[in-house]
Design a protein around this ligand. Structure first.
Ligand code: NIG
Ligand code: FE
Length: 423
């Protein structure tokens, strides 16, 4: 048991296997995605919120500084378990009021996501409850989601608005994210997704709504520093490529980063979006072969979301192997949301990535740690266990890192360390 009074330094001892991901803080591509820097019989020393030392336990314990300062150390016995850099969930939509059970049952009965959406279900059916909810009510929902994610090994979350779709309700959603983040020990990256779908009051006037997003919502959110990124849902039934590029250009002109949902159901030409320098392009189920080379040459990360494919009952999954072979930087995330992926579990995402996209367990771990950090441009601080990086670590009660992707529906995460503290 950890001591009640938190000491300044924490020693994680008796780690059976540690996945360090040590190396260049850059996206892992091709065969490098499989090379996760395993250390057996390891230990980590944390202090000041960061990793001070990480490596073989016998070498760490020999360190003269450690011997001299033993009294200042809180020791945590990992009992032979596996330690990873905490997961980074680089794509989530946590600001919603409740589940979408009608859509769920319609899909079970055979309707597709796009059919349900065209009939007024989907994203639009989450709007009324978010618009009615208070900021405090939404904060509690968001906080609950962050807590569930934390218990499954996640310490950094990208969190999008996108179920308000008026200036007031998008701002309320981003404030709910900010307020939940204040209470949560992990790191939160807020994203404005006002261009999630055209709201019903703008039906048939998509361009006018895009004008409002670009000229009112983005400038206000940027001025109030409520978001780091702007996202857009570029898809048939949501926003066209031209509209999406307009949204991302407005984001850049206000100093915000960009990312996009694209190629989830229909293929798109990525060149115009890539010109907006997105940190990530997400889903990418039907990315065109001819775009892979350009994508591989960019710092843009392809964020694959197989839990959404699972929940929508799709037979096809994003072609992870083809992307990895082509040198594309690939990350994985939950896509936590009420319509396509109501799971907070990164271990489930690992399972889906291995079973359905034929990624190796090691690749899936790299894609949810260092590459996910790159998707949020946080690779200088997060995503690996090495001196100077934030001490965000996840302990699993398994003997081999591959088991994290192997056991599904069974959460083996038993302890989180966030900023060098047990939580
Ligand atoms: O990433 N595709 C757009 N947005 C979400 C779904 C949102 C919803 O259905 O509520 C996604 O899958
Ligand atoms: Fe999404």
């Amino acid at each position: 048991m950890p001591a009640k009074t938190k000491s300044h330094y924490l020693l994680l001892a008796n780690i059976g296997q540690m996945v360090t991901l040590q190396g260049k803080s850059a996206p892992r591509r091709g065969s490098a995605l499989n090379d996760v820097g395993l250390v057996e019989d390891a230990a980590v020393v944390c202090g000041g919120g960061q990793v001070i030392a990480a490596g073989k336990q016998r070498e760490i314990l020999r360190d003269p500084w450690l011997k001299k300062n033993k009294r200042k150390l809180q020791e945590f016995d990992c009992q032979g378990g596996v330690v990873l850099p905490a997961f980074i969930d680089c794509h989530t939509h946590p600001v919603f009021a409740g589940p979408r059970l009608v859509d769920f049952e319609k899909r079970i009965a055979g309707a597709t996501y796009e059919e349900i959406s065209a009939a007024g279900g989907g994203i639009r059916s989450s709007l009324a409850a978010v618009r009615q909810a208070t900021r405090v009510e939404l904060r509690e929902k968001v906080f609950g989601a962050f807590e569930a994610m934390l218990r499954h090994g996640t310490a950094t979350v990208e969190a999008k608005s996108g179920y308000g779709l008026t200036i007031e309700d998008e701002i309320k959603s981003l404030e709910a994210i900010r307020d939940a983040a204040h209470r949560w020990p992990g790191t939160v990256v807020p994203t404005l997704l006002a261009a999630h779908v055209v709201p019903p009051e703008y039906a048939g006037r998509g361009d006018e709504y895009v004008g409002k997003v670009c000229e009112e919502i983005i400038p206000r959110v940027a001025q109030r520093k409520l978001a780091d990124y702007v996202d857009v849902f570029c898809e048939r039934g949501a926003f066209t490529l031209a509209q999406s590029e307009r949204v991302l250009a407005a984001a850049r002109s206000h100093g915000l980063g960009t990312r996009a949902h694209v190629c989830q159901f229909t293929p798109s030409d990525l060149s115009g979006l890539l010109a907006c320098r997105p940190a990530s392009l997400d889903h990418m189920d039907c990315v065109r072969e001819e775009d892979l080379k350009a994508l591989a040459g960019e710092n843009t990360v392809a964020v694959l979301l197989p839990a959404a494919n699972y929940f929508l009952g799709h037979k096809e999954y994003p072609r992870a192997r083809r992307m990895i072979e082509s040198g594309v930087a690939v990350a994985l995330a939950t896509d936590f949301n009420p319509g396509t992926s109501p799971t907070p579990s990164m271990p489930f995402v690992l399972s889906a990535a291995c079973t359905h996209m034929k990624m190796t367990p090691a690749e899936a771990i790299a894609a949810t740690t260092i590459n996910a950090a790159c998707a949020l441009r946080l690779e200088g601080r997060k995503g690996s266990i090495e001196p100077g990086k934030d001490a965000d670590l996840a302990l699993f009660d398994v003997g081999d890192h591959r088991e994290i992707a192997y056991w599904f529906g069974w959460n083996r995460c038993v302890q989180m360390i966030v900023s060098g503290q047990t939580v």
